[in-house]
Design a binder for this molecule. Structure first.
Ligand SMILES: Nc1ncnc2c1ncn2[C@@H]1O[C@H](COP(=O)(O)OP(=O)(O)OP(=O)(O)O)[C@@H](O)[C@H]1O
Ligand SMILES: [Mg+2]
Length: 222
């Protein structure tokens, strides 16, 4: 699903955020990305999402070299990737339903299909009773579930999450991880960057450890 070859990203005057990273993540895998602050986790996710371009090396996703995509293909590619960030980035003036259905509207799906799919995914994250709430009326965990629903509504092949439980208490973190496990059980490849060792232990999947932009060691699933 994902291959990186000699991937490097340099910021400013020669600071390597990532250095010579060669990594394979199989289709359908659930992988944790961990390592100390500044190790390059978010940088790797940004490169996978094509928010930034590598300085060196290649990223291949689903057999396609991301550097070779045209502008139109980049847009299409991004729509096959769901992403969840720590600070949710929900649109504060829109309801839960609107926040989630937005991605489908952009795709130009018929309205009835938009409604059905949005309802389905909000039910799945347990928020079918909060469709008309505004983000500020929800708890942190509920907001995070809206962000996850939004990331999944157009059935991405790949889900990238950057510290998705960073603001949540342990119980909510486990709840969110369960959602990711369910997504993964449906065949979606999931990559989660986190510092949370307890969470990683609890979920028990492959761990990719970064240190100063390099691969520091990888554990195989149990
Ligand atoms: N836009 C940027 N400009 C300059 N340097 C950057 C930029 N983004 C990241 N860096 C640097 O790249 C390195 C890797 O940063 P990155 O955000 O990927 O780390 P991280 O592993 O996600 O850390 P954290 O756990 O704190 O989120 C850091 O040294 C950081 O300061
Ligand atoms: Mg980060």
């Amino acid at each position: 699903m994902i291959e990186t070859h000699g991937l490097g990203k340099v910021y400013g005057r020669g600071l390597y955020a990532l250095r010579d990273l060669t990594l394979t993540i199989d289709k359908g895998e659930f992988v944790f990305l961990t390592g100390p602050s500044g190790a390059g986790k978010s940088t790797l996710l940004r490169l996978l999402l094509l928010q930034e371009r590598p300085t060196e090396g290649e990223v291949i996703v689903g057999g396609r070299n991301l550097a070779r995509l045209s502008q139109t293909e980049v847009q299409a590619y991004r729509r096959t990737v769901g992403f969840v960030f720590q600070d949710f980035k929900l649109i504060t003036s829109k309801t839960v339903f609107e926040n989630v259905s937005f991605a489908l509207r952009v795709l130009g799906l018929p309205v009835e299909q938009q409604r059905r799919r949005t309802y389905q995914v909000l039910k799945w994250v347990g928020l079918q009773h909060r469709l008309n709430s505004l983000p500020e009326e929800l708890s942190g965990g509920e907001q995070q579930r809206v962000a996850i629903a939004r990331a999944l509504v157009n059935e991405p092949h790949l889900v990238l999450a950057d510290e998705p439980t960073g603001n949540l208490d342990p119980d909510l973190s486990l709840e969110i991880m369960n959602l990711f496990r369910e997504i993964n059980a449906g065949g979606t490849t999931v990559v989660v960057a986190t510092h949370d060792r307890e969470l990683i232990k609890w979920v028990g999947r492959r761990v990719v450890q970064l240190e100063q932009g390099r691969l520091a060691g990888a554990e195989v699933p149990q």
